[in-house]
Design a protein around this ligand. Structure first.
Ligand code: GTB
Length: 214
């Protein structure tokens, strides 16, 4: 059955792979599933046809036959459950990999998004200069703890899993701030993710959209 996802017609990140369709593309590439992409304008995302798929009017969505999903955590989990390659067979190891997926979106991602918003959307506010260091510290706290947990391991729990895929993509959003490079083992972890052939294919596919939109 053909898989179709949605993505930005014109990604505001300039093709850096930071928009969340990249993590879905990456998961599909890891498990060797072909997919189509429907590109959406910001206006189309808020129209009824898309709101029927995504109640919050965002990308990405995932369609496969009668099934329509939104939320990248749920989409990547679905892909990982249906196809081999992203979750270990051992039940406990599988549960731990899923735990890392939740940690990526529930614990690590929110302060990173808050920082991106503080810079992008609130940069002109008079209180921004005073607030920014507080927001940055709220990012550094989980980063410090994640860095300690990863230590000198390649991946978070044994072999590469959907937990690493989600975590690496979440951390990529931090790179432009310089904070990722404050944690050399996490910077190397992200680079290991980016070096995976499946990530490179996903990155190239989203970059081709950006290049075509210029
Ligand atoms: N929790 C949801 C998920 O994980 O699927 C969040 C989905 C989401 O926020 N999607 C964003 C969106 O549709 C795109 S990825 N935004 C449009 C809107 O809200 O109207 C977020 C994103 C946007 C821009 C950059 N960038 O420029 O670097 C990076 C990431």
């Amino acid at each position: 059955m053909t898989i179709a996802i949605t993505a930005f017609e014109r990604s505001p990140d300039g093709g850096q792979g930071l928009a969340r369709d990249t993590r879905v593309r990456w998961a599909l590439e890891e498990v060797g599933q072909p997919y189509k992409v429907r590109l959406l304008s910001f206006r189309a995302m808020k129209e009824p046809a898309h709101l029927a798929l995504h109640p919050f009017g965002k990308i990405p969505t995932y369609e496969e036959g009668d099934l329509a999903l939104f939320e990248t955590g749920a989409i990547v989990f679905h892909i990982a459950e249906r196809h081999a390659g992203l979750l270990p067979d051992d039940p406990n190891a599988r549960a731990r990999a899923i735990t890392w997926m939740f940690a990526a979106v529930n614990t690590v991602e929110p302060p990173i998004i808050e920082l991106a918003n503080a810079k992008l959307l609130e940069g002109d506010k008079p209180w921004n200069k005073e607030r920014l260091p507080l927001v940055e510290d709220r990012v550094r706290s989980p980063m410090e703890q994640l860095s300690r947990r990863l230590g000198d391991a390649d991946w978070l729990d044994g072999g590469f899993s959907a937990g690493d895929l989600m975590m690496v993509h979440v951390l990529l959003r931090l790179r432009p701030s310089g904070i990722l490079d404050e944690y050399p083992n996490l910077a190397a972890y992200v680079a290991r993710g980016e070096a995976r052939p499946a990530y490179k294919r996903a990155f190239a596919a989203q970059f081709a959209v950006y290049k075509g939109s210029r």
